[in-house]
Design a protein around this ligand. Structure first.
Ligand code: GLA
Length: 463
């Protein structure tokens, strides 16, 4: 038996299902060091997997025995009631916001892959599992993607499929759209592909992943603002509006480029805005984009007129939710220039971060983290007063850099701190943010404020 957690899960499994589980699975959360809202634009990110993770013990349901495609999952956290469903392709989702949809997303991913590969999945990709998590939920540490990956890995093992890890990273990224978020591929890729002790630079255009050393003598501290970044419809809409703004911005830029140069440029993603693809010098790209886009917000009808299409058609093409309804136009309009400028500058900050970290220059990286937060706050507008306060306090207390991490709108921030400063840093931020600012009276803040080490990627093994 591997460790205490697995041993306890196995005992619960035995109590619930009356026999011993044969396998264990784990899938880590992540903290993004830099590169926010760049992934779905085809631009790179630099996250690291956490040691905090989802852990499961499970057993495939024997094919043919009753119902070989039945999935039953018990969560040790009683806020998430146990669930049972039939894994038949396609798996109908629970209502939006239900935690079970992340389990279904993982299972559906494997069912779709299996079906495309000509595997008879109906015979039984079912399993019984007990799962637990050491990750805070809705804190922006990607517990939801970890759950998708965990569930998919259990379905895969139950089917006896073997799929390369980088293929799985991409499959789970697409598969998670099942829950309704138009996410990029960062969370699933870092969860699948990380090496212990290293961060991971992930490129999406085309896909690749490369481990990056972290500088010695410094630690990454996660600081939970405690503002819940829930996966409700409203929160999904806010995230999805950013993806729409980036896609619309790209379309307007493509039209502007084509007009200016009298030729059609290939511009499907902001990540296509390379010197090579556009045929202009690197340093002209950002000024061109800023010049081509208005700094006033665009209405849907205004963007449609610019793109030579109808408002209804544009809404249909860009603003449809997964459930078929159309996302309403944001009251202040679509801020295309600001969103594009964030993504293009953030892309450069990721590239520079990799250079600084590889050279062991923690201070240089810290400056880029601060620049990233400023851009997330001012241009991408995904921060909130609590995150800004927490980050300002972290910098006052000696962090070399600090920024929000993940989708934003609440959740966690991340700071880089010199090892020797850690005890004073943790105690000062704990006292000033959680005690004085949030006025929490329970002195123990270790579940909100903790050091994290780069963990290893997800996997399954025989018990
Ligand atoms: C969420 C998404 C990721 C990424 C981040 C923002 O975590 O799941 O794909 O877009 O937000 O960087």
């Amino acid at each position: 038996m591997k460790d205490e957690v697995v041993k306890n899960l196995a005992a619960v499994f035995h109590r619930e299902f009356g026999y011993k589980p044969g396998f264990t699975a784990r899938a880590p959360g992540r903290v993004n060091l830099i590169g926010e809202h760049t992934d779905y634009n085809g631009c790179p990110v630099l996250p690291m997997a956490l040691e905090q993770c989802f852990t499961a013990v499970f057993a495939p349901r024997p094919a043919g025995a009753g119902n070989g495609s039945r999935v039953s999952v018990v969560n040790t956290d009683s806020r998430f009631p146990g669930l049972t469903f039939i894994a038949e392709n396609p798996v109908p989702p629970y209502e939006t916001g239900s935690w079970g949809n992340y389990v279904k997303a993982g299972v559906q991913t494997i069912l779709s892959y299996g079906a495309a590969a000509g595997k008879d999945c109906q015979a039984g990709c079912g399993f019984e599992a007990v799962i637990t998590s050491s990750l805070p939920a809705a804190a922006g540490l990607s517990s939801s993607s970890a759950l998708v990956v965990l569930s998919g890995l259990m379905a895969m093992a139950s089917l006896g499929l073997s799929v390369p890890k980088d293929t799985l990273a991409k499959l789970f990224a697409d598969g998670e759209r099942y829950v309704g978020t138009q996410g990029g591929g960062m969370d699933q890729a870092v969860c699948m592909l990380s090496e212990a002790g290293k961060a991971l630079k992930i490129e999406f255009n085309p896909f690749s992943a490369e481990p990056v050393n972290m500088p010695r003598g410094y630690s990454v501290v996660v600081m939970d603002s405690t503002v819940k970044a829930e996966k409700t419809r409203a929160a999904m809409d806010r995230y999805n509006i950013r993806t729409i703004e980036c896609r619309l911005g790209t379309a307007v830029l493509k039209a502007a480029f084509s007009r200016r140069y009298g030729r059609e440029v290939k511009l499907g993603l902001l990540g296509d805005m390379t010197s090579q693809n556009l045929g202009i010098p690197e340093e002209e790209i950002i000024p061109f984009a800023v010049d081509a886009l208005s700094d006033s917000a665009y209405s849907l009808s205004g963007a449609a007129a610019l793109l030579g299409t109808g408002t209804g058609r544009l809404a249909e093409e860009y603003c449809r939710r997964r459930d078929g309804s159309v996302l309403p136009e944001p009251p202040g309009g679509f801020k295309l220039m600001q969103r594009v400028l964030h993504v293009l500058t953030e892309w450069k900050r990721v590239e520079d971060s990799v250079s600084f970290l590889s050279a062991g220059d923690a201070a240089g990286f810290g400056v880029l983290m601060n620049g990233s937060h400023e851009s997330c706050r001012r241009l991408f507008e995904i921060s909130c007063p609590e995150l800004d306060t927490l980050i300002a306090l972290a910098l006052e207390e000696g962090a070399l850099g600090a920024r929000l991490t993940g989708a934003g709108f609440g959740g966690c921030a991340v700071a880089l701190v010199m090892d020797g400063d850690l005890p004073a840093f943790l105690s000062a931020v704990g006292r000033r943010y959680y005690g004085e600012y949030l006025k929490r009276t329970d002195g123990n803040v270790s579940r909100f404020l903790f050091i994290c080490r780069p963990g290893r990627g997800a996997g399954t093994s025989v018990l």
